[in-house]
Design a protein around this ligand. Structure first.
Ligand code: GLV
Length: 324
């Protein structure tokens, strides 16, 4: 008998087909968000699960699924998974590092360029029929070329963003708990600085930290106050890293020129203050959202689950203590 698994959210049919070769699959192609109660009900009797970054794997959910052996996120972030509780319950947890670096870095750049030149607001203006023709003083933006790019959180995606800055002749500075080895710094022509220097000097500050209690509101009122009024903030990491209320206040008072955000505190709800502002670009958590990358993420999660339930160590195991 094949082991029973839950695919907690909609995935490509090819992924389901692959999983069905190994497992008895309970799918959720309607993509209804299951939440804690739904997961408790659907995980009972299952040996494994494929989950999205917003499916909560809490101690309560784990307690309802005593036969569970592996939870495989199709996301690089895993702040939806209580890793300590998984380890305690002997449940392996995995994520999908690497396969989404380029696509997420591409979106960071799209957002950076977008906020630099107010593209969404200018487009809304044009669509509304408000454009009287060329005028010298309309939509004056910020130059990206030769500006200073600051990156907070210099993991794989941060380095991928940095490498793209070369074509724009930018100066790249970064802050990370641990400094990169020299060869990696050279590959992305980036210089380590302390956090205050990063905030003070960046013309474009891109956030690429994982979310954890330690990174909660890492960018709040005090940090925003250190930034140049001409600067732009770009968040493609996780909601909650930025204090959204403090950001709205800084943008409203033009203490910060602009922001571009793909993630929000409490998403999918948005602080309504954002909607009143023209100097913020908003996208709905689509950092990894190219067809090829989403396919690669789902297939990576499937590979992890197949390995985990066939007695092999999953390639992207997050809690080695749960292994065997
Ligand atoms: C997306 O947000 C991810 O963590 O992969």
């Amino acid at each position: 008998m094949k082991p029973k698994i839950l695919v907690a959210r909609e995935v490509f049919p090819e992924v389901l087909e692959r999983l069905r070769q190994h497992f008895d699959v309970d799918d959720n192609q309607s993509d209804a968000v299951l939440g804690v109660e739904g997961l408790k009900a659907r995980l009972a009797g299952k040996a494994g699960a494929l989950t999205a970054g917003n499916d909560p794997i809490t101690p309560e959910v784990l307690a309802a699924a005593p036969g569970l052996k592996a939870v495989c996120n199709f996301a690089v972030g895993y702040n939806n998974i209580d890793l300590a509780a998984c380890t305690k319950a002997g449940v392996m947890a995995t994520n999908t590092p690497g396969v989404l670096d380029d696509t997420t870095a591409d979106l960071a750049w799209a957002l950076l360029m977008s906020t630099a030149r107010s593209l969404p607001a200018a487009e809304r203006w044009l669509r509304a029929g408000d454009w009287p023709g060329f005028r010298m003083m309309d939509w004056l933006g910020s130059d990206v070329h030769h500006a200073t790019l600051g990156i907070l959180g210099m993991g794989r995606i941060g380095q991928t963003v940095a490498r793209r800055a070369l074509g724009f002749d930018m100066t790249v500075i970064y802050h990370n708990r641990s400094r990169l080895p020299e060869d990696k710094e050279a590959a992305c022509r980036a210089r380590w600085v302390d956090k205050q220097t990063l905030l003070r000097e960046a013309d474009f500050l891109v956030l690429l930290l994982p979310y954890s209690p330690e990174s909660h509101h890492v960018i709040g009122a005090a940090e925003l106050a250190l930034m140049k009024p001409s600067a732009h903030l770009i968040n493609v990491a996780r909601g909650g890293i930025v204090d959204d209320a403090a950001l709205i206040s800084a943008l409203r008072q033009r203490r910060l020129s602009g922001a571009a955000l793909d993630v929000f505190e409490g998403e999918p709800k948005l602080n309504p203050g954002f909607l009143e502002l023209d100097n913020v670009t908003l996208t709905p958590h689509i950092g990894s959202g190219s067809r090829a990358t989403r396919m690669a993420m789902a297939m990576t999660a499937a590979d992890n689950l197949i390995a985990a339930l066939s007695g092999q160590r999953p390639p992207n195991l997050l809690n080695p203590d749960a292994w065997r």
